[in-house]
Write a protein that binds this ligand. Sequence first.
Ligand code: DAT
Ligand code: MG
Length: 138
Amino acid sequence: MERTLILVKPDGVKRNLVGEVLARIEAKGYSIVALKMLKADRALLVRHYAEHEGKPFFEPLVEFMMSGPIVALVAEGNRVIEGFRKLAGTTDPTTAEPGTIRGDLARDQGTKVVQNIVHGSDSLESSDREIQIFFPEL
Ligand code: DAT
Ligand code: MG
């Protein structure tokens, strides 16, 4: 069965939206098979966001992701990678479709890095890699 790595980012945790995000994942019909709250350190985030190293928003992204606790989870289901990306909506919360997590719950705060509540793996290769980073025990 396909699996994806989902993060509720510090903005989502601070705004008490953990339950809301989990509810949307479960209501869609995906199963949560692993879940934890943690404070990510720089080394873990540099690994997780390796594809963005060198981009202007990389340092603000790492700082933002270290700014408070996050919730990491693995969700499972047929085509869950694509399905959760649809639930999350596009990266920019201003233009993310209403009905999506980012479209309904986030907006542009004018910060150097876009704060958009959730992360979801974007491919099978990414989900394998990212699950390994956050859940090496799996
Ligand atoms: P996504 O999270 O939709 O997969 P991404 O992997 O391209 O998007 O980028 C990771 C995060 O970095 C994203 O959720 C928000 C932030 N980000 C991406 N592009 C950005 C940009 N051009 N300016 C500011 N922040 C950005
Ligand atoms: Mg991404």
